[in-house]
Design a binder for this molecule. Structure first.
Ligand SMILES: Nc1ncnc2c1ncn2[C@@H]1O[C@H](COP(=O)(O)OP(=O)(O)OP(=O)(O)O)[C@@H](O)[C@H]1O
Ligand SMILES: [Mg+2]
Length: 324
């Protein structure tokens, strides 16, 4: 391993990071500190979820990674090379979909892609039509390929932007909110497409403000809040240290809620035939016994697996809301 990686660090090897930032910071001209000292490490081969509420700095980070804006301070390496300096060498290996893809409204979706492909000097013109047709197919736009882009819905524009990122096989795909504007079926399609690309060995970096979306598709994640990195790592590890909620299913919700509070449970919430709470720091067998002794008819009793949202709340002490 040693020799090759010493002479060609940009080639990368399994286990290498595909994106690495150190102290990456962006303060916009108006004074807004959008990204604050970000240290991000995206392992090769991962599906990496970049998670954070609206305004937390996701798009700003992605713009810096793609060399579209200069950081105020700090560094970003993509495929082992510094950005924005190595943009010309790096960007041909990266497919990107960034907020509001630029489209020619007067051209059809297919013609937009043909034109986009033609702007890539490495793309063979003889195979252009095939490439465009298969990209349209992959994002489910074959039937709508002839329609003018200005007549596309938000979800269709998003799909077209994604098709542009898929024209060539890439080592890295950077997708800023790829399911924005899509309906649930469209979101499922994008998720399965992402899994398919990842199984072909492409590293996928995608941003989202939807926690469950990240949980469903990502192997790794980073959580941002107000421009700062809260945590990053394997998705399974992020929520592993966090206790899930205690869930009691019962027709006697009022009594159950009272007993749980007496037993030291916090944040007790009743919804239909379920009472959920933060589990108390004691043997849950005793909590269950106390419910039964109090005459609560218990249908179900257990601790739900912690979600990323639980982890986020535990880490920030806040809900997953937009910061001011
Ligand atoms: N061009 C700009 N000039 C000044 N401030 C900006 C600019 N772009 C973004 N900001 C500010 O920087 C912060 C981060 O914005 P950014 O777009 O990176 O967030 P985001 O996480 O992508 O949000 P969303 O989920 O809504 O897409 C916000 O407070 C935003 O108002
Ligand atoms: Mg954004």
């Amino acid at each position: 391993m040693g020799d090759a990686s010493a002479t060609e660090p940009e080639q990368g090897e399994p286990g290498d990071s595909v994106i690495a930032t150190r102290g990456l910071t962006k303060r916009y001209r108006g004074g807004q500190l959008a990204v604050d000292g970000l240290d991000l490490t995206v392992p090769a081969g991962s599906v990496f979820g970049f998670l954070g509420p609206n305004g937390s700095g996701k798009t700003t980070t992605i713009r810096m990674l793609m060399g579209l804006i200069e950081p105020t301070s700090g560094t970003a390496r993509v495929l082992g090379r510094p950005m924005p300096r190595a943009s010309r060498a790096v960007l041909p290996h990266v497919g990107a979909l960034i907020e509001g893809p630029a489209l020619y409204g007067f051209l059809s979706g297919r013609d937009n892609l043909l034109r986009y492909d033609a702007a890539d000097p490495t793309a063979d013109p003889r195979t252009r039509r095939t490439r465009v047709a298969s990209a349209l197919e992959r994002v489910g736009l074959t039937a709508a390929g002839g329609k003018k882009a200005k007549a596309y819905s938000l979800g269709m524009k998003q799909r077209l932007g994604l098709a542009g990122a898929l024209l060539q096989p890439r080592r890295l795909l950077v997708l800023d909110e790829p399911t924005n504007g899509l309906d649930p079926q469209g979101m499922r399609e994008i998720r399965s497409l992402v899994r398919e690309l990842a199984s072909d060995g492409t590293t996928v970096f995608l941003s989202s403000h939807l926690l469950d979306e990240i949980e469903q598709v990502c192997t790794h994640a980073a959580v941002m809040a107000q421009g700062r990195l809260i945590t990053q790592g394997a998705v399974a590890d992020l929520s592993a240290g966090v206790r899930g909620r205690l869930v009691v299913t019962t027709p006697d919700t009022g009594d159950a809620a009272r007993v749980l509070k007496e037993q030291g449970a916090a944040d007790v919430v009743v919804a239909e035939d379920r009472v959920t709470a933060e589990p108390p720091e004691r043997d849950l067998a005793e909590v269950n016994a106390a419910l039964v002794t109090a005459g609560v008819r218990v249908r179900g009793f257990g601790v739900e697996r912690a979600s990323l949202e639980d982890a986020f709340v535990a880490l920030t002490g806040e809900g997953f809301d937009v910061a001011g």
